[in-house]
Design a binder for this molecule. Structure first.
Ligand code: SF4
Length: 354
């Protein structure tokens, strides 16, 4: 049965909060894959990874890691909009089986959930972690050990969830972990609210970009994303840059993602996410074979019940309409789970008595 991120997070709470270092025995019999060749290995060999870490860390003194451009000196503990200092906070690190099939494979995506977030959506499904900041303060070296641990469990990648505000810590941890044998690709699992200048620091380090494209209209973004009217413009530029860096989604001969761009778009009630505009934008700005996951699992969480337009799940018809737009605009590489859900929903619709 599909384990969605929401269920995964809730399960994490049920079983006692932070899931640092899960149950090895579940995975002990898994065969290890041959070491891959992640992008950051080349950068380290060229002597450039340390420079990137240094440059990234210097941004903490006047934080402009995201389009909020708060200017907070996070090194001294000052907090910006995301409410994070320079001290890394992690909620959980475990194999996760609710992500896209090419990330999950047989042994899971090695997911690290970071506390706090630079977007703070009113409907956030991870709100205890991203908005309330649940988690544990750890050193970068400990994050490096988590990465190695996830690799030892057999995970196919290191999946960094909500990484934007802790990018310098991630780069530092990656370098430390590389010296200890890390060879998995990094998945940058972001809200899409990114600055081009910051993404350029990740060029040659991140192998797989997994951005959301949440909204296409500035007024909706302002309303639901804690006042981020520039979200659509920033996310569109960011996704173009990600594509420039890593190109299209590529899998190995076992179907595991090794490189490329994978875009997520969550369909919302009453077309609040601007799904048709999103699909048209992809078709007009990226190859139509770009990997796109049109997600059906919207559920009103956090403060969503205070907004009547988004206080319910989406209907079957709303999801089918979204998939139809993808056909009409000629997208050819839709996430397989969304394609299966479409089949199920279409069958249900046909079977309903008229
Ligand atoms: S990462 Fe946080 S402190 Fe830095 S600019 Fe963004 S919201 Fe502000």
């Amino acid at each position: 049965m599909e384990l969605t991120r929401r269920k995964f997070i809730k399960k994490s709470f049920i079983f006692g909060g932070a899931l640092f270092f899960g149950n090895d025995s579940l995975f002990a019999l898994n065969k290890k894959r041959e070491p891959g060749h992640p992008s950051y290995a080349k950068l380290e060999a060229q002597g450039k990874l340390a420079q990137r870490v240094e440059k990234a860390y210097s941004i903490f003194e006047h934080c402009e890691l995201c389009p909020r451009m708060c200017g907070a000196n996070r090194q001294t503990g000052e907090q910006g909009f995301c409410r994070a200092s320079a001290k890394l906070m992690v909620y959980a690190a475990n194999p996760h089986f609710g992500e896209e099939i090419s990330l999950v494979g047989k042994r899971g995506s090695g997911t690290v959930f970071f506390s706090n977030c630079n977007l703070r959506c009113v409907f956030c499904q991870n709100w205890p972690i991203s908005i309330q900041g649940y988690g544990k303060a750890v050193h970068d070296a400990y994050l490096a050990d988590m990465m190695i641990h996830l690799q030892n469990l057999g995970c196919h990648n290191i999946n960094l969830v909500t990484p934007t505000h802790v990018m310098p810590n991630i780069l530092n941890a990656t370098r430390i972990a590389f010296k200890k044998g890390l060879h998995l690709p990094l998945v940058y699992n972001t809200s899409g609210y990114e600055r081009l200048e910051i993404l350029k620091l990740l060029d040659g380090i991140v192998d797989i970009y997994l951005p959301d494209m949440k909204y296409m209209d500035s007024d909706k973004a302002s309303k639901y994303l804690s006042v981020a009217p520039d979200y659509p413009a920033k996310a569109q530029k960011a996704v173009m840059e990600m594509h420039r860096q890593v190109g299209e989604h590529r899998i190995d001969n076992q179907g595991i993602a090794v490189h490329g761009l994978m875009i997520r778009h969550l369909v919302m009630p009453n077309n609040e996410a601007g799904t048709e505009k999103f699909i048209r934008w992809v078709a007009e700005n990226l190859p139509r074979s770009t990997y796109v996951n049109i997600m059906h699992q919207y559920y009103p969480e956090h403060k969503a019940l205070e907004y009547p337009e988004i206080d319910r799940r989406i209907s079957v018809q709303e999801f089918l309409e979204a998939m139809l737009w993808a056909d009409e605009y000629g997208l050819t590489n839709l996430d397989q789970q969304s394609v299966q859900i479409r089949k199920i929903y279409s069958k249900q619709t046909l079977e309903q008595p008229s």
